[in-house]
Design a protein around this ligand. Structure first.
Ligand SMILES: [Zn+2]
Length: 150
């Protein structure tokens, strides 16, 4: 590892249902699976609509804006690469278009910044955030969150 390189963090392991989420992320798009029959958005991705039981789905582009619904500040014991950046935040973001859709992630100061790049004192429940994507060491593009008013 070089001096400025971020330590290796865990990467997602996409499954068949979730693969499109990561493919759109690689294009810088936050998309959520929607039922092609009734239009209901659902997350995490899965084969069948829980509202109308349709197996037809599409991927709808989101604005990438949301609000912090909840957050925690993990402290050791943590995996080594995470312990090196602790304390950092882990947030649950509710999407503006669909508050019942909530994604787990991290609020950072810039797309490629360290997990501890935002002072935890700046985090508030309800704070507006917007998505940004960074390319991980394995090539996966990860959604992260930036404060709208840092
Ligand atoms: Zn449906």
């Amino acid at each position: 590892m070089t001096g400025t390189e971020a330590p290796a963090l865990l990467s997602p392991v996409p499954d068949e249902d979730g693969a499109p989420f990561w493919e759109y992320a690689a294009q810088g798009e936050l998309r959520v699976q929607a039922c092609a029959e009734c239009g209901e958005l659902r997350f995490p991705p899965r084969p069948c609509c829980p509202h109308c039981q349709s197996f037809d789905s599409e991927w709808r582009r989101m604005s990438g804006r949301g609000r912090i619904w909840s957050y925690v500040l993990p402290h050791p014991p943590l995996l080594p690469a995470y312990a090196e950046q602790a304390p950092y935040n882990a947030v649950v973001v509710e999407l503006s278009e669909a508050p019942h859709i909530r994604l787990v992630g991290n609020v950072v100061s810039a797309p490629d910044a360290r997990l501890d790049s935002v002072d935890p004192a700046k985090l508030r429940i309800g704070a507006p955030v917007k998505v940004a994507f960074t390319r991980g060491p394995d090539g996966t593009h990860l959604p992260r969150w930036l404060l709208e008013r840092p």
